[in-house]
Design a protein around this ligand. Structure first.
Ligand SMILES: CC(C)(COP(=O)(O)OP(=O)(O)OC[C@H]1O[C@@H](n2cnc3c(N)ncnc32)[C@H](O)[C@@H]1OP(=O)(O)O)[C@@H](O)C(=O)NCCC(=O)NCCS
Length: 160
């Protein structure tokens, strides 16, 4: 049977949060752990939409915080599938702070790559649909993601 293919746009999600007092750390900045939760959550929902079932997070890469965020800031998370192996899907999550009081410009906070694994009702990995690559950017991201998957496999083998 031919493997199902879905568009990236069918599962991509953009979500906006406002930083509230309960999201701050002792230095009165957005708590990094809260942002990690939002990143993991949105990536999981993209994986669920793409695979049409439950997913589990296998890995999270590239959590480098480029700038901080503060109370009342608007935090934009934009997430999309970049690559599909057999059961695994790589999801890229871009996080920005949006200047809603000015010209609406978005300044990057973080870009993370998460690997989600599609699982069946017993929690065992199951095959996920492929993605339809429609643009040069999507094809380039797919090729880059293949290299990232090789690196993750290597790290897993070496326990590094
Ligand atoms: C993710 C998990 C299912 C992988 O188990 P496994 O025995 O290695 O399974 P497989 O070898 O069949 O791998 C399944 C897929 O996961 C990928 N994978 C496994 N370990 C990975 C890792 N460390 N990083 C990225 N991808 C990984 C494999 O490459 C494979 O992808 P493919 O099907 O597209 O080729 C397993 O490690 C697990 O259940 N981890 C806990 C996940 C969890 O509970 N997350 C919630 C937060 S704690």
């Amino acid at each position: 049977m031919e493997r199902e293919t879905k568009k990236i746009s069918d599962s991509m999600i953009e979500h906006i949060y406002q930083v509230r007092p309960e999201h701050l750390n002792a230095a009165e900045r957005l708590f990094g752990g809260k942002l990690m939760e939002w990143i993991d959550e949105i990536a999981g929902m993209v994986g669920m939409r793409h695979s049409g079932g439950n997913v589990i997070t296998a890995s999270v890469d590239n959590l480098r915080f480029i700038r901080g965020a503060f109370q009342n800031d608007l935090i934009v998370l934009s997430a999309r599938v970049t690559y599909v192996g057999n059961s695994s899907m790589e999801v890229r999550v871009d996080t920005y702070v949006e200047d809603f009081e000015g010209n609406g410009a978005r300044k990057p906070i973080n870009r993370a790559y998460l690997t989600l694994v599609a699982v069946d009702s017993h929690g065992n990995p199951k095959q996920a649909p492929l993605i339809l690559l429609e643009t040069e950017g999507e094809r380039a991201e797919w090729e880059a993601a293949k290299k990232r998957k090789e690196l993750r496999n290597q790290r897993k083998i070496e326990g590094f």
